[in-house]
Design a protein around this ligand. Structure first.
Ligand SMILES: [Fe+2]
Length: 274
């Protein structure tokens, strides 16, 4: 089978902390440090602008049982089966045990259709950012992480699976004031010794849930092993939404221009320090 070779790598970069999707937060901390040095009077303005990507601590994960009926599920499964093999991205096979497909047109169309409904659930006006289909196989796993704010809200939809496979969440938390505190918290969550309240949800095919990944740790343990005669797998769709009107602000490469602080261009090249 031919697999697309053009997909981006998922290896940690010098800009990341340790976990998947941590690049944005690293840049946020770097930007704060730069502004504190070159324009301390503007730090409050920067933080106020970024507050749109924080989540109300009162938000609780919402689960929608039976969001898709059998007919719609069948349709979605047919759409997935029709995806050409050479459109499957392999770059997360090693770390997550999954094949992925980003922004497949029928799913992008569906994402636009559900934006108003998801906005209602989230309690704020949203616009679609990106989506991907994740086809976990027998080595499926997703370690504790926070998402980038490009995925401030995730509508996670279960299309098909072998056995129910719970996803775990901490409560919504404020972003910590220091990168050290954040890393310490991540390690505590990974080691199962954090003080966070943990909630677990097992989706059935057709069920969906809405969570805010940049503000709550979330993970899936190794996928349940298959019973004899079955196979371990889980097909999930992830629709990511951002607050309406924040498509430019959410991209760190735009911050130097948006805040008229050329020094912020440095965050794109700054080395790891933690
Ligand atoms: Fe995530």
């Amino acid at each position: 089978m031919t697999i697309a070779q053009t997909a981006p790598p998922s290896e940690p970069t010098p800009h990341a902390f340790g976990w998947y999707d941590s690049i944005w937060l690293r840049k946020y901390f770097d930007a704060r440090a730069i502004i504190a040095k070159v324009a301390p009077g503007r730090l409050a303005e920067f933080e106020a602008a970024m507050a749109v990507f924080r989540t109300d601590p009162a938000y609780e994960v919402k689960t929608l049982r039976g969001y898709l009926d059998e007919a719609r599920l069948r349709e979605m499964r047919e759409t997935i089966s029709a995806i050409p093999r050479d459109s499957l991205e392999l770059h997360e096979a090693q770390k997550f045990g999954r094949l992925v497909v980003h922004d497949w047109p029928p799913f992008t169309a569906m994402q636009a259709e559900i934006a108003a409904m998801v906005s209602e659930l989230a309690g704020e006006a949203l616009e679609p950012c990106y989506n991907f289909l994740s086809m976990y196989l027998k080595r499926g796993v997703c370690e504790p992480h926070l998402d980038t704010p490009q995925a401030k809200w995730t509508f996670d939809l279960c299309i098909d699976q072998g056995e129910p496979w719970p996803i775990h969440f901490t409560e919504i938390m404020p972003w910590p004031e220091s990168r050290e505190a954040l890393i310490e918290d991540w390690i505590a969550v990974k080691e199962g010794r954090s003080a966070h309240r943990i909630q677990s949800v097992a989706l059935e095919p057709g069920d969906a849930l809405l969570f805010s990944g940049p503000s709550q740790w979330h993970w899936r343990d190794p996928i349940p092993q298959a019973k004899p005669g079955t196979r371990a797998f889980c097909d999930l769709l992830f629709f990511h939404f951002i607050p309406a009107g924040t498509a430019e602000l959410v991209e760190p490469e735009n911050w130097a221009r948006l805040f008229d602080l050329p020094e912020l261009a440095e965050i794109l090249a700054s080395p790891a320090t933690a």
